[in-house]
Ligand binder design. Structure first.
Ligand SMILES: [Fe+2]
Length: 281
């Protein structure tokens, strides 16, 4: 677009989720006609990946706003090399200056989760733009929670549809640890199965990092069911793994896709810029 007649090219990158979109420059003013198309693409694929972009914080904020309202509360605005940061920007980075990380969630592996599931209103979508990436590791793995739900036996699917789960956010934890509600942790209760408003498809809504227990089944049987479901939805067949290159912009739908981070060498720099989209317009 941007004045050219060439239409964006959308190519699936995995049988169940994820598409690469090329022939589209996300700098500057975006054609309003893109909005509907990209929203439909996101609902269909769950993850959209735009390689070789050269966007500043304003461009990324404008891109995120195509999908809803940019969430201004989720911010750290701390990259000293980007003075122009707009409200809502957050940096994910292991880079340290004077011993302190310049961004959030600096190091190592991160278990599967859905951004904001500890909130009453989670994030609809998350955008992440790669500025610096390690030579190896640090990939983001995306799991189709729609495909995971649809692969379950019918009886179990209907049983799960009546249940809810408790989600907890322990600040700056990237791996599942003992989740205690009496900690200063934010938590929320959500249905275990959610229907996507755009596609009508149902998806599992739980994750290894953030789901603490099933409401009303805080017993051994409930814990076993939760453990089974966590293992089920992390099977390779449901996962697209994204290897980052500088200039990659990725957006994913937190309502139908979980994500996790692979470990990476601590001595290699990793810097990504994030904006989230609120689920309230
Ligand atoms: Fe995340």
């Amino acid at each position: 677009m941007n004045g050219s007649a060439v239409e964006p090219l959308v190519e699936a990158v995995h049988p169940l989720l994820g598409a690469r979109i090329t022939r589209l420059d996300l700098r500057g003013l975006l054609d309003p006609r893109l909005k509907q198309t990209l929203r439909e693409n996101l609902a269909e694929y769950g993850v959209l990946y735009f390689p070789q972009q050269s966007i500043d914080p304003d461009d990324q904020s404008a891109f995120a706003s195509l999908f809803g309202r940019v969430d201004f509360a989720d911010t750290n605005g701390a990259n000293p090399n980007e003075r122009q940061s707009t409200p809502g920007v957050k940096y994910i980075s292991n880079i340290r200056e004077e011993g302190k990380p310049i961004g959030a969630l600096p190091d190592g592996e991160m278990h599967f989760h859905s951004d904001g599931s500890h909130r009453k209103t989670p994030y609809r979508a998350t955008t992440l733009y790669a500025l610096e990436v390690p030579r190896s590791g640090g990939e983001t793995r995306f799991a189709s929670m729609t495909a995971a739900f649809e692969a379950l036996p019918v009886d179990l699917r209907s049983e799960l549809e009546g249940l809810s789960a408790r989600h907890v956010f322990n600040y700056n934890k990237t791996l599942r640890e003992n989740m205690r509600l009496e900690d200063a942790a934010a938590h929320a209760i959500h249905p275990l199965v959610k229907t996507h408003p755009d596609t009508g498809r149902k998806a599992l809504y739980l994750s290894r990092l953030m789901t603490r227990d099933i409401v009303g089944r805080e017993n051994e049987e409930g814990c076993e069911l939760l453990a089974f479901l966590m293992d089920h939805c992390e099977q390779e067949e449901f996962i697209y793994e994204h290897s980052w290159r500088p200039g990659d912009l990725v957006i994913w739908d937190n309502r139908s896709v979980n994500h996790a981070r692979n470990d990476f060498p601590p001595d290699q720099r990793r810097l990504l810029r994030r904006y989230t989209v609120s689920d309230v317009d």
